[in-house]
Design a protein around this ligand. Sequence first.
Ligand code: ADP
Ligand code: MG
Length: 229
Amino acid sequence: MKNIVEAQNLTMTYRVGKIDVHALKGVSFTIREGEFVSIVGQSGSGKSTLLHILGGLLQPSSGVVKIDGEDLASVTDAQRTDIRRRKIGIVFQRFNLFPTLSADGNLRLAERIRGGAAAGSAEQRARILKLLNLEPRIHHKPLELSGGEQQRVAVARALVNQPALLLADEPTGNLDSENSQIVLDMLKKLNEELGQTVVMITHNPEAATIGQRIIHMRDGRILDDAPVN
Ligand code: ADP
Ligand code: MG
């Protein structure tokens, strides 16, 4: 299996006024195709910073980050955006759907932004909607959907370009326990049935065990990186 993520000695320093905040202090790991990795750690440990770097949303201060073989750290902003649109899907705690568009409209807009549907994607799309159990809700607008349904639409949207890597930053952070479980189960299904590579941030230790491996962050470093028992 190939590497989907290669991170070597990533650092990130934010400048706040005259103060440097060292959010990442040298983080290295690789993630193979088909893995489901959870990233855990206390608030402020650098999880979101790391995820934003993996997602091409943020340039690290130093280090190497490759997604499916493409180097994100040494390219222009425009090139990074292009790689992100082709290779990466991202789900956030806030679902960030367009409120005036139906679930279907949200997916179609994402397809257009990501450079049009690839060959065979209509089939893939139908498969994902079925797997996420969204078919009965496809013509509803976000406000007509529950939080769990909105997050499932956001997951489907993140998958429209068949990304090599699906990233999720606290995807259950705004959901009640029942809907959290549904969303976690579906991420697991995407991983097991479609072989989707997933990296999920969570502060919930129980949710973290849904994947095969847990990376534990503390104070900008990896404290532990181990398989789930
Ligand atoms: P986590 O997601 O684990 O809570 P973050 O990556 O959000 O951690 O933050 C890591 C550290 O970087 C924290 O000290 C945080 O305050 C700081 N930080 C995050 N984003 C910014 C930013 N845009 N500007 C300045 N400091 C930031
Ligand atoms: Mg965070």
